[in-house]
Design a protein around this ligand. Structure first.
Ligand code: F6P
Length: 327
């Protein structure tokens, strides 16, 4: 294995608030120990195209507070091909890059594992996704900010729901998991939450919502994760509207969508991202390769990249139980 003198860093997949704070930590820690750092623009796609930029401590000034990612992000179809990965490896070799730090979610880590198996370029991942769905860390970079954005909006929806005695179905992000939905349900005081991890019995759900709307609650908020088995908030709304029992119940759908991905990172995300960025450089210099850094019980832990995307992180069923008690 080459002695690591120069590393490449990139952000990939869906952007998450705090990615810039993580990038800053990676660059500043690397510079502090004498490493050269190259930023790879647009994730794996930029690697394939050799879209590289030299970075120093100054190039990450004034970004800790910014949402998005200054390196930009992409979901690269070409990197899924053998030819694409060969081009990426050739560009890294030409640039003299001996190690990689990837900031992204499950797709990013899955790509990293395949690439490492083929080219053995040491790669350390930092968990960056609003979905919080990565095994090997209690929290991912961006989750806290996305949650706060969603709850701020849910609070606003509650005002108008209450003013009109309406039922609102609010859809939040979470393609495969219900972390955002579950935490929004509790923090936003929702009457019901629908998540992919628990099958939704539509008849039971209809009965519950009807009872709520016609008895103690004159307005209600139901949080639906986009990946729920029902198909999402719009589909549920259509089912309810088709039921004569809901004839006199005024209902609306609000899809929070990509608002949850943007905005300045919360203080918590900035600190998490900074710790993980520094830990990633430490892990690489200690000789680890093909791992993700995470924080479990407030301690830095390393998890093989393969486990990160092949093992499923479980939601808290205790929190799910709380929704029933509190609504
Ligand atoms: O991976 C995070 C996520 O926000 C998912 O919850 C969502 O399904 C997806 O990204 C949408 O991403 P895009 O619109 O960028 O494809």
């Amino acid at each position: 294995m080459d002695v690591i003198q120069k590393i490449g860093v990139f952000t990939s997949g869906g952007d998450a608030p705090g990615m810039n704070a993580c990038l800053r930590a990676v660059v500043r820690k690397s510079v502090s120990i004498g490493l050269d750092v190259v930023g790879i623009r647009r994730g794996y796609q930029g690697m394939i195209e050799g879209d590289f930029v030299d970075m120093d401590a100054k190039s990450v000034s004034n970004i800790v507070q910014k949402g998005g990612t200054i390196l930009k992000s992409a979901r690269s179809k070409a990197f899924r091909t053998v030819e694409g990965r060969a081009k990426a490896a050739a560009h890294l070799k030409d640039a003299g890059i001996h190690g990689l730090i990837a900031i992204g979610g499950d797709g990013t880590l899955a790509g990293a594992s395949v690439f490492y198996d083929e080219y053995q370029i040491p790669l350390v991942g930092c968990p960056g996704t609003i979905d919080n769905d990565l095994f090997g860390t209690d929290e991912t970079i961006g989750f806290d900010t996305a949650l706060n954005t969603a709850i701020e909006n849910i609070d606003k929806i509650r005002d108008t729901a209450d003013a009109h005695d309406r039922l609102f179905l609010v859809e939040v992000m979470g393609r495969d998991t219900g972390f955002i939905a579950l935490h929004c349900g509790i923090g936003g005081g929702a009457e019901m939450v629908m998540i992919p991890e628990s099958l939704t019995d539509l008849d039971e759900a209809k009965h519950h919502i009807y009872t709520l709307m016609s008895s103690q609650h004159r307005s209600s908020i139901v949080i639906v994760a986009e990946g729920d088995d029902t198909g999402g908030a719009t589909q549920i709304a259509n089912v309810l509207k088709a039921d004569s029992a809901f004839e006199n119940i005024d209902l609306r759908v609000c899809i929070l969508g990509h608002t949850q991905r943007g905005g300045a990172p919360s203080a918590r995300d900035r600190v998490l991202a900074s710790r993980l960025g520094v830990a990633a450089v430490d892990a690489m210099m200690a000789g680890h390769a093909n791992v993700m850094v995470g924080i479990v019980n407030n301690e830095i832990v390393l998890t093989p990249s393969r486990n990160v995307w092949s093992r499923k992180k479980s939601i808290s069923y205790e929190l799910l139980g709380l929704i029933q008690i509190l609504s």
